[in-house]
Write a protein that binds this ligand. Structure first.
Ligand code: ADP
Ligand code: ASP
Ligand code: MG
Length: 438
């Protein structure tokens, strides 16, 4: 018998009506045995996410301020769900423990994790599934990375003992037992870890869109959805801001060859997007699979005549970044110019130091840092087989009067990255989308 692990995002569990839909989805197939919930998300556009409220509570408590108003709003969210579902369940004891701990100085991670913890308790009661606390089965190492070895042994054994279970997403335990969360959106990672530990046949990631779209639906109206995408393509797109799935959620399942199916809770019969280890290029009739982008980058541009002939020039520049603990995103260069693309926020407080060090170590003609850059990634496994894709990208941008600040084509011919001014980000995305999709 096949085994499916399902993760439901915040909007899929935002209120009782959604809990009902989720229960129908889970019960529709007996293979759907393990469920990973997020904290309640937004019910409508201006609504608050419980996770954000918990962070806010913790911040207030840390300043010695009163948390009762916000904490009350959190409790109400859960109590409304419990009441409307008619569950014989009270979380009042849990609420008072959490409130005391937050007031007693508990950290951000503890506070935020309670969003999924409480939602997991409700979902397990509603589905009649066992509850497995992620604190007891998902482990981090001292450096904050996942302790895969320990997690897969302990979680794998726990899942074997439960025919059906709910494992809350987003958090686990540090070696000393204290709570630690993944970064925002991290329930996707828990879902992938549970799928791997359970040896699932498929990891179903249920959200509020019918799969991965070719571009951000908040920018492109009704974008086409992607039927099949490879892990590699998805990683490029999620890293560049297509946030449907947390960028780190791919690793646990990729290693085990488990496909991910992105599905829409509000339209369960839609096929969604299947994310697979490899796909036959001939299966895709489009040259590009998707486009994504992000703002908030800076270009450090270093000029020096005959730079290309100078041994060790690039290494010295990168050393400056390494010493200052800055990672770089791209490194497009020409004969006399080297550009390093970095995240702007990583430069904070370090600009002078970096410029000084680059001057000292490389004796350049000029060094400037240009902020306000957006990067766009045009991604597609079909690009290898088609001529002139880059030319089409550039022509479409030129027609939209977008000035290109940087170009980098990955050596795998899976992507083309362009850097533009942030003010050109939206027109650039639209221009490329229209060129390839319309
Ligand atoms: P969840 O709460 O279910 O984890 P997220 O909000 O994390 O959901 O991710 C789903 C959202 O991702 C969509 O509602 C959509 O606004 C956004 N999104 C960004 N890029 C894309 C894309 N390329 N395709 C689909 N959705 C996208
Ligand atoms: N609730 C957490 C967040 O808002 C984790 C998640 O939803 O995946 O980031
Ligand atoms: Mg998410």
């Amino acid at each position: 018998m096949g085994l499916k692990v399902l993760k439901f995002g915040g909007s899929s569990l935002a209120d009782a009506a959604h809990f009902r839909i989720v229960a129908d989805i889970v019960r529709a197939e007996k293979e759907r045995r393990f469920v990973v919930p997020s904290a309640p998300g937004k019910r409508f556009k201006e609504d608050e996410k419980v996770t954000d409220l918990l962070y806010a509570c913790q911040a207030l408590a840390a300043e010695g301020k009163d948390i009762d108003d916000i904490f009350g709003r959190i409790c109400r969210r859960y109590n409304d769900i419990i009441e409307e579902l008619g569950l014989d369940l009270s979380l009042e004891d849990e609420f008072s423990v959490i409130r005391e701990k937050i007031l007693g100085g508990a950290g951000k991670d503890y506070a935020a994790s309670r969003g999924e913890y409480l939602n997991g308790l409700i979902l397990s009661a509603y589905l009649g599934f066992d509850f497995i606390d992620a604190q007891k089965v998902v482990f981090f190492k001292e450096d904050g990375t996942l302790d895969s070895e320990r997690t897969y042994v302990v979680l794998g054994a726990a899942l074997e003992n439960h025919p059906h279970a709910v494992v809350p997403g987003f958090y686990g335990a540090m070696p000393d037992g204290s709570i630690r969360t993944f970064s925002r959106g991290g329930s996707d990672i828990t879902g992938a870890i549970v799928a791997r530990a359970a040896g699932a046949d498929i990891y179903e990631n249920w959200t509020d869109v019918s799969g991965f779209m070719m571009a951000d639906p908040r920018i492109i109206e009704n974008p086409k959805s992607i039927d099949v995408i490879t892990y590699k393509e998805l990683r490029e797109l999620s890293y560049m801001g297509a946030t449907v799935l947390h960028e780190d959620a791919i690793f646990p399942v990729r290693a085990a060859g488990i496909p991910i199916n992105i599905k829409n809770t509000n339209d369960p019969s839609a096929k969604g997007t299947l994310i697979v280890p490899t796909a036959n290029d001939s299966e895709t009739d489009s040259i590009i699979t998707g486009i994504a982008g992000k703002v908030g980058f800076s270009i450090i541009s270093i000029e020096k005549d005959m730079m290309n002939a100078e041994l060790g020039f690039g290494r010295r520049v990168l050393e400056v970044l390494e010493v200052n603990k800055i990672s770089f995103e791209h490194l497009p260069s020409s004969i006399d110019t080297m550009c390093v693309i970095v995240k702007t926020d990583e430069l904070e407080g370090k600009r002078e130091k970096i410029l000084d060090a680059i001057f000292r170590l490389t004796d350049p003609d000029a060094v400037v840092i240009h902020d306000g850059i957006a990067l766009l990634a045009v991604v597609g496994r079909g690009m290898v087989h088609s001529m002139g894709t880059a030319a089409r990208v550039f022509t479409s941008l030129a027609k939209a009067s977008v000035n290109i600040r940087m170009i980098d084509q990955g050596s795998s011919e899976l992507n083309i990255i362009v850097g533009v001014e942030e003010s050109d980000y939206v027109p650039a995305l639209r221009a490329i989308y229209n060129e390839f999709v319309q």
